[in-house]
Design a protein around this ligand. Structure first.
Ligand code: ATP
Ligand code: MG
Length: 263
């Protein structure tokens, strides 16, 4: 039988469950997760602390093995770390002794990319993220937001099909975070990368997403998904005032039991 592969589906998570065994017994972190991600989709994942959001991203990245179910990336089962995935962590995780360019190019060195191409792409990304003029600056000479932009450039350098982001803006102050949201919305709309982003901020989840996924407390399951019916490129103030933004964010808040954006 010939299987028809839908090329627009980049990521397929099917009936994924993950159980951890520890000295205190077994912890069921994820149960029955089904999630299909299309090319260019921006999925945000919201859910209470400990519900398995980071575990889900790690399973997609091939860093944590499923206990049941499967993860497929462009039709291939994910069995270990992959070339076509980028990962951005909560903290920028930059090498203190390397300047901005050196930190971004680390990705190329680790993956054995063509260095000339990587240099060109680095220049484009530095320009795109507004880091021009800081190419030779060391991490301690940068603000938190700038460090996070370097980390974003590094994750985008090899042009991953899927970008995984685990609370990437969580350590930033509210204003910088808003600016990063706006910048990242622009960057995403220019790259066509599919994104899975975990956040505790409902506003961030709804502003950035083409689809918001809400998870239950442990064991994490997907309880609801909401498509955000707004254009890909979004003005911040306009979006936050829109009825669509209000519709989705009030439902997400209701599901999470949060009266306001706690972050
Ligand atoms: N390597 C591990 N070994 C044992 N238990 C683990 C491991 N990683 C995660 N867990 C457990 O799995 C559950 C889910 O953890 P996870 O880090 O995915 O939650 P989370 O939703 O990302 O939480 P937070 O919002 O606080 O970051 C937790 O109960 C955690 O203790
Ligand atoms: Mg986490």
């Amino acid at each position: 039988m010939t299987e028809v592969v839908d090329t627009s589906t980049v990521l397929q998570v099917s009936d994924l469950s993950i159980t951890f065994a520890s000295k205190r017994g077994r912890v069921s972190a994820l149960e029955g997760i089904d999630l299909d991600v299309q090319a260019g989709e921006f999925i945000t994942i919201a859910g209470p602390s400990g519900c398995g959001k980071s575990t889900l991203l790690k399973a997609v990245a091939g860093l944590t093995a499923p206990s049941g179910g499967s993860v497929h990336l462009r039709g291939d089962p994910v069995t270990g770390p992959r070339q076509d995935i980028g990962f951005v962590f909560q903290r920028a995780a930059l090498l203190e002794w390397r300047n901005v360019r050196g930190n971004i190019l680390l990705q190329a060195e680790m993956r054995g990319m063509n260095m000339r191409k990587a240099q060109e792409r680095t220049d484009e990304l530095i320009e795109m993220t507004g880091l021009s003029g800081f190419e030779r600056a060391l991490p301690h000479e940068l603000s938190g937001g700038m460090q996070q932009r370097v980390s974003l450039c590094r994750a985008l350098l090899h042009e991953p099909r899927v970008l995984l982001m685990d609370e990437p803006f969580g350590a930033l102050d509210a204003l910088t975070r808003e600016r990063m949201n706006v910048e990242f919305n622009r960057i995403w709309s220019q790259t066509g990368t599919s994104v899975l982003l975990v956040t505790h901020s409902v506003a961030e989840a709804v502003y950035l997403a083409s689809r918001v996924v809400v998870m239950s407390p442990r064991p994490g399951r997907i309880i609801e998904e909401h498509v955000v019916d707004l254009p890909a490129r979004r003005d911040y103030a306009e979006t936050l005032e829109s009825s669509e933004f209000h519709r989705v964010s009030s439902r997400v808040r209701e599901l999470l039991g949060s009266p306001s954006d706690a972050d």
